[in-house]
Design a protein around this ligand. Structure first.
Ligand SMILES: *Cc1c(COP(=O)(O)O)cnc(C)c1O
Length: 389
């Protein structure tokens, strides 16, 4: 079955839909049992698709969990109230005091902060590594290294990692691998197919797709799913049935949305790569992006997210650009139907292992607006940018 077809059918068995097209929206805290035998049966199968207690999920949650596990090719999927919660709780489920984590230097900022501000206080140490390190990561492994965490492409600067090379080393040393797959989303990249143990996504982005729900998902292999499921449960992680329903609704159109985001972003990135103010584009499908060769080898496609590195700039130019734009709104997150822009004068404060030797970075999320309208908008915005140099 092709992935586009799978997205339409996943999680839609009759036990979830009761005969209509979409899974039933089942809100619950308490589940009531008819008799003791039924209660015991549910207790035995809790966490495995039996209704037991609201925090363990309802039919609506089970449908989403099954669909995402299928999309990512894993044994099961845990749901969280945000992508950040998915990352924090996936890590917490597998590390204890005295353990060590290898974290790529281009991590999503709250992931880095979680290691530095929370895990450090619990006796878990973190070493940051160059995302382009590949098999060289072996030199950073300590006796107590428990997890190698990847995010590919990296946040804002978009370095694509040599995932198989890192996984090989991890397997030799019995280290768990996790990957923030928010960019790859299961359609364009499936980490578990490359030997990664746990694939995490901010479902907030392309799965939900409409900028109206916060949610995180974490998919594990057969080996790690029972621990991830149980520990996330013990950490109190769950999300509302309404949000699970919204995520399922978003999932159905993800492939067509992504195809349009990808096509428009490629056109705009190509145009920007020739722009006289732009040093280079950080779009995984372009040779100027670090790790482009791994993107070509491992990914099925790209999406609406990429960055441009400016030749020169200053804060006034960046602010002038943002304020001049009509269709690109300034705001965090991405993966919704709308275009967004964020700017960074330098990446230095967010990079401890690799530094930053280039100019300012402008990150764009290309939405579903007409692509020529977006190019016109950027054309006039960049004229304002130039007026501040
Ligand atoms: C947005 C994002 C997250 C966090 O997701 P939230 O749902 O906003 O908490 C994690 N990783 C990456 C790569 C992201 O872009």
């Amino acid at each position: 079955m092709k992935k586009e077809t799978q997205l339409i059918s996943a999680g839609r068995s009759k036990k979830y839909t009761q005969g209509v097209v979409n899974p039933v929206l089942q809100r619950a805290s308490t589940v009531v049992f008819d008799n003791v035998a039924q209660f015991k049966e549910a207790a035995k199968n809790r966490g495995n698709g039996a209704l037991f207690y609201g925090r363990r999920g309802t039919t609506t949650h089970f449908a989403l969990q099954e669909a995402i596990a299928e999309l990512e090719g894993g044994a099961g999927c845990a749901l969280y109230p945000s992508g950040a919660a998915a990352i924090a709780n996936s890590l917490l489920s597998f590390v204890k005091s005295g353990d060590h984590i290898l974290m790529m230097d281009t991590a999503y900022e709250p992931t880095r902060d979680f290691c530095n501000k929370i895990l450090s206080g619990m006796g878990v140490t973190t070493t940051y590594y160059d995302p382009m390190i590949g098999g060289g990561i072996e030199a950073l492994i300590q006796d107590n290294t428990r997890v190698i965490f990847m995010e590919s492409p990296g946040s804002i600067t978009m370095e694509v990692q040599d995932v198989p090379a890192i996984v090989n080393v991890a397997k030799e040393h019995g280290i768990i691998t996790m990957l923030d797959n928010t960019y790859g989303n299961g359609l364009n990249f499936r980490p578990l197919d490359f030997g990664v143990d746990i694939s995490i996504q901010a479902a907030t982005k392309y799965i939900v797709g409409h900028s109206d729900v916060m949610m995180g998902v974490s998919v594990a292999t057969e080996k790690y799913w029972p621990t991830l499921r149980e520990n996330s449960y013990l950490l109190g992680q769950c999300c509302s049935a309404d949000d699970a329903y919204m995520a399922l609704r978003g999932l159905r159109t993800m492939a067509v949305r992504l195809a349009q985001h990808e096509q428009s972003a490629l056109k705009i990135a190509s145009w920007l790569s020739e722009h006289h103010l732009v040093d280079h584009v950080r779009h995984p499908a372009f040779a100027s992006c670090p790790g482009h060769e791994f993107f070509k080898r491992d990914f099925n496609g790209s999406n609406g997210l990429f960055s441009i590195v400016m030749k020169q700039g200053n804060q006034a130019a960046l602010d002038g650009l943002v304020e001049a734009l009509h269709h690109f709104k300034m705001g965090f997150s991405w993966g919704g139907f709308e275009s967004l822009i964020t700017t960074s004068l330098t990446m230095k404060p967010l990079r401890s292992a690799t530094g930053w030797q280039h100019g300012p970075v402008v990150r764009l999320h290309i939405g579903l607006e007409d692509v020529d309208d977006l190019i016109d908008d950027l054309t006039q915005g960049l004229e304002v940018y130039a007026s501040h140099l």
